[in-house]
Design a binder for this molecule. Structure first.
Ligand code: SF4
Length: 355
């Protein structure tokens, strides 16, 4: 967190690649080439490592209090073998979530992983990518000739750990040969270098998560700066990838109209004209559950994140616990305003959904 705020003050300094403070290995992971490769990297960096019986049960994570354990967990990498090869659904952005990692190095106050990962906020990566790919192929075969889309960022930000695993690059190149499959991922990081020379065949949608200056400044510590993400988006567009932006979470805050207009205008000015013509946008309003509110208030007690239940609308959820979204009047104003500005600055783009 501290180094991130320094980064934000010095616009010229690049947000650095993530280097964990501590790494755990499942012994079985070392039987795979990727496990060996990660071990080699860990040793070359001089990072402390330990062995663990299961990537789902780290019992000796350092830290005296829950808050301290959480901070340390966010800088801890766990290398394991993925056993569950049934993929979760991932509507509306894709048919399935493809699991190459779980957990994220970012500290976005609003992130839903705070709730879904519960007491396991450390970053898990899986070395058996052949098995994961074989499972993806079974889903593709089942749905053929329908296209099956796989979302690689449901439970992590895969670009933030790509320099350690190489798993995203592997998926991108494999998907290049699948006429009935598509890969999608979204990121708040800018380290796209390894992806640029890959043979992607236009079958991977790269999306950048962007937001108003207010939201990025107050709620997204330990992620790449806005300017870095936009520059990365430009490079991705030049490399011929389908490019998109997710504006999420869209927040109602003082001056939101000016800020979101500025955001879309800045994007339009920064991207090559040809790219602007085939961009997609996904729009997601801010929401939270009661559980998330309690966790966020504990982990980020000084956060300015607005979570006033009295000013929200309750939306029933699929798994029993509903979410608090903006009341219809606010949600509609956000949707109409932002969709309108996108239409103005990116007339040939597509807004895939507002939710
Ligand atoms: S970068 Fe994405 S996944 Fe990571 S903490 Fe932020 S919102 Fe969550």
């Amino acid at each position: 967190m501290a180094s991130q705020s320094v980064t934000r003050q010095d616009k010229r300094r690049e947000t650095t690649l993530f280097v964990p403070d501590l790494v755990y290995f499942e012994p079985g992971a070392l039987a795979y080439p990727k496990g060996q490769q990660i071990m080699g990297w860990v040793q070359s960096q001089g990072i402390e490592y330990r062995m663990t019986t299961s990537h789902n049960r780290i019992l000796d994570l350092p830290g005296a209090t829950d808050t301290e354990k959480y901070r340390i967990a966010k800088r801890t990498l766990v290398v394991g073998v993925r056993k569950t090869l049934t993929f979760d659904q991932s509507k509306p952005s894709a048919e399935y979530a493809i699991p190459i990692g779980t957990g994220c190095i970012g500290h976005c106050h609003y992130c839903y992983l705070q709730t879904t990962l519960g007491a396991k906020p450390y970053i898990r990566v899986y070395v058996n990518t052949d098995d994961i790919w074989a499972a993806a192929m079974r889903y593709i075969e089942e749905r053929k000739p329908e296209i099956t889309r796989f979302e690689a960022s449901c439970t992590s930000d895969p670009l933030s750990i790509e320099h350690i695993t190489g798993s995203l690059s592997e998926l991108i190149e494999r998907m290049a040969d699948q006429p009935f499959g598509k890969l999608r991922f979204v990121t708040k990081y800018h380290h796209v270098g390894p992806l640029l020379p890959l043979r992607h065949g236009g079958r991977t949608d790269v999306r950048f998560s962007i937001n108003s200056d207010y939201v990025i400044r107050h709620f997204e510590p330990a992620t790449s700066r806005f300017e870095e993400r936009i520059e990365a988006a430009r490079r991705i567009a030049e490399a011929g990838y389908p490019l998109g932006f997710i504006i999420a979470p869209i927040m109602w805050h003082d001056g939101w109209e000016d800020e979101y207009e500025k955001l879309i205008m800045t994007l339009a000015g920064a991207l090559p004209r040809e790219a602007s013509e085939r961009i997609t946008f996904e729009l997601i309003q801010h929401r939270f559950t009661k559980t998330a509110k309690a966790i966020i208030e504990k982990r980020y007690p000084k956060s300015k994140l607005e979570m006033n239940i009295a000013e929200r609308k309750y939306k029933w959820g699929r798994w029993g616990q509903g979410k608090y979204v903006y009341p219809d009047e606010r949600a509609n104003r956000l949707k109409e305003f932002i969709t309108g500005r996108i239409g103005e600055y990116f007339p040939a783009s597509r807004v895939l959904y507002f939710t």
